[in-house]
Design a protein around this ligand. Structure first.
Ligand code: CA
Ligand code: CA
Length: 194
């Protein structure tokens, strides 16, 4: 008899090698790693989070908005090896950043999230895409007044920090803008829950 290898009944387990690796790469202790591992496997029994599933989770967290574009961007930044799926290591690195990272780390992450072509600067068109993405996430995609308000705010700060006036923002300028303007910081900070 036997021969039924029912995958679902096998409780997923972290190897001690993987725990050691994750302890080195994150600020989490073994218990925290284990806790996240169980959470992750509850949602993703095969140990991989697909983009589709990820977008669904985001849209559930933001029922009043359309989180699809935003979630796609976040997914790409989590999927470090570009495999098209988020594995547990990639997931935990992200959780470590959100739970234990300081403002600088989070701003660096936000910059990476918004720098769509990964060339190390934010251009005017990327900024416009960001604003649209965040507004639709919040269900305010059609709120032109809010959009204008944010652009006015941003322009004021860009003028202040963009020394040669080319409307391109470096990571440094981005950090300064966000550290000095709470309104923009709150708007531009990545949202991970509602
Ligand atoms: Ca991956
Ligand atoms: Ca760019």
């Amino acid at each position: 008899m036997g021969g039924f290898e029912t995958k679902q009944t096998i409780k997923p387990k972290l190897s001690s090698k993987q725990i050691e690796y994750l302890k080195k790469r994150t600020r989490m202790n073994e218990d925290e790693i284990e806790k996240w591992f169980q959470e992750f496997h509850k949602d993703c029994p095969d140990g991989l989070l697909t983009q589709k599933h990820f977008i669904e989770m985001y849209n559930q967290a933001f029922p009043n908005g359309n989180a699809t574009q935003y979630a796609k961007r976040v997914f790409v930044t989590f999927d470090k090896d570009n495999s098209g799926k988020i594995d547990f290591n990639e997931f935990l690195l992200a959780m470590d950043l959100f739970e234990k990272g300081d403002l600088d780390e989070k701003l660096n992450y936000a910059f990476e999230l918004y720098d769509i072509d990964k060339n190390g600067i934010l251009t005017k068109s990327e900024i416009e895409i960001i604003i649209k993405m965040v507004l639709s996430l919040r269900g305010e995609g059609n709120n032109d007044r809010l959009k204008d308000d944010i652009i006015t705010h941003l322009n004021r700060f860009i003028t202040k920090f963009d020394e040669n006036g080319d409307m391109k923002i470096t990571p440094d300028e981005f950090s300064r803008i966000c550290s000095q303007d709470e309104y923009l910081r709150l708007f531009l900070s990545p949202n991970f829950s509602s």
